[in-house]
Ligand binder design. Structure first.
Ligand code: PLP
Length: 426
């Protein structure tokens, strides 16, 4: 491993590049089920399913077969207007049945940020084609994460992603995350005639796993309708079962106008994502006087579509949405049993199989630890040493294991996190 890390440091630039972090990093060489294996042969529970995406776990032969068969048959052909392929058509048809009833038409991308870029461009073009070009602003939420391309970064409401890359794209506004009134106030303040869309994750993920109150999204839907603002749900993490429903707004009986997805759709085996829109939006694009000049070389990639189709089939056949719901309850229960009374745990929360544990100096007054104490990073390191690889945001430990994680491993996750916290916070 040491040799690989040294070569890595002199040859790669990483997402969230940070050589100090990389120096103590792991190089992964294999995976099986919910386990990752590093270059020294040591095994770890994949506590975040890769980056929330490897829902079927590692080493699924069916997905390898689906990719190989498609590569042998047709590895690639243009997806631009005038070209298509059967897998892309089948996937779009399947998604029309799986996603919200009103969402019937799909544009495919290579990942989540491209899905959000596409959603933003769908919304802006929709209003322009309807003769309302001034409706161009995008409202999103503080703590929301939508990717790091420039527009997605500008929609992202975590300020740490901005400074090195500013100026941000103009016309992006952030509102507090859990107040529907704050959205309405922002729409009124900006002028509804200038607002194209509201963009939100049903459960904030990267920002710290924050589920909304039950009345939040029903009110968001009403407010967007009242002000003629499109509502785009970023389901890049929550889509395809993570929260215990196929799509997360189903928890609250709400349907968006646009839905963005990526990650779980191929279980992370190949890069893939996309955006679904209502018939009403698709019709406006269909009837435009000229072509819609938004495009990616890899839109509708046959291999991505083939792996997505097989992933969705497995999620259905193995009842993994229900499994995610049930295992989420188990994991949350195990975390609460193990850490609920811990003097430095101020909150344990989750929705389906995405959970978070907040560590604080004073759990009652909710006083955080000083950042220089690096409590979260140290708990993360202690968890790794005990065979659990996941992520922290500040002093919040985040968990989202594969849907196929065995029940006893969920208990083990809670036990490792408890031991790791004990080692740091004696
Ligand atoms: C909710 C959400 N949207 C968008 C993205 C960006 O996806 P990608 O990294 O594939 O561009 C992420 C990635 O974590 C995400 O969690």
């Amino acid at each position: 491993m040491q040799d690989l890390v040294a070569r890595d440091l002199s040859s790669l630039i990483h997402p969230q590049h940070d050589p100090a972090v990389q120096r103590s990093g792991r190089v992964w060489v294999r995976g099986h089920g919910a386990m990752l294996v590093d270059a020294d042969g040591k095994e770890y529970i994949d506590g975040l399913a890769g980056l929330w995406n490897v829902v079927l776990g590692h080493g699924r032969r069916e997905l390898a077969d689906a990719a190989r068969e498609q590569i042998e048959t047709l590895a690639y052909a243009s997806g631009y207007a005038g070209s298509s392929n059967p897998r892309a058509i089948e996937l779009a048809e399947r998604l029309a049945r799986l996603t919200y009833p009103a969402i019937d038409r799909f544009f495919f991308t290579s990942g989540g940020a491209e899905a959000n870029e596409s959603a933003i461009k769908v919304a802006r073009s929709y209003w322009k084609l309807r003769g309302r070009p001034e409706k161009a602003k995008v409202i999103s939420r503080e703590l929301g994460y939508h990717g790091t391309t420039l527009a997605a970064m500008s929609a992202t409401g975590i300020a740490g992603y901005w400074p090195l890359f500013e100026p941000r794209v103009p016309g992006f506004i952030h509102v507090p995350p859990l107040s529907a009134d704050a959205l309405e106030e922002a729409i009124v303040r900006e002028g509804a005639e200038t607002v194209a869309m509201f963009l939100a994750e049903p459960v904030i993920g990267v920002g710290g796993v924050i589920p909304p109150p039950d009345d939040y999204f029903p009110r968001i839907r009403e407010i967007c309708d009242r002000h003629d603002v499109l509502f785009a749900a970023d389901e890049v993490i929550t889509g395809f079962g993570r929260t215990g429903k196929w799509f997360a707004l189903e928890h609250w009986g709400v349907s968006p106008d646009i839905v963005q997805f990526a990650k779980a759709i191929t279980s992370g085996y190949v890069p893939f994502g996309g955006v679904g829109v209502t018939d009403a939006i698709a019709r406006v694009l269909d009837e435009a006087p000229g072509p819609w000049m938004h495009a990616f070389t890899y839109s509708g990639h046959p291999v991505g579509c083939a792996v997505a189709l097989r992933t969705l089939q497995i999620i259905e056949e193995e009842n993994l949405v229900a499994a995610a719901a049930r295992k989420g309850v188990s994991l949350l229960g195990a975390l609460r049993a193990a850490l609920g009374d811990h003097p430095h745990v101020s909150d344990i929360r989750g929705k389906g199989l995405m959970c978070a544990v907040d560590f604080m100096k004073d759990r009652v007054r909710k006083t955080p630890f000083a950042p220089e104490e690096q409590v979260g990073a140290r708990i993360h390191a202690e968890a790794i040493a005990r065979g659990l690889f996941s992520r922290v945001r500040g002093d919040t430990f985040v968990l989202a294991p594969p849907f196929v994680t065995p029940d006893d491993m969920l208990d083990r996750i809670a036990a490792i996190l408890t031991a790791a916290a004990g080692a740091v916070l004696r």
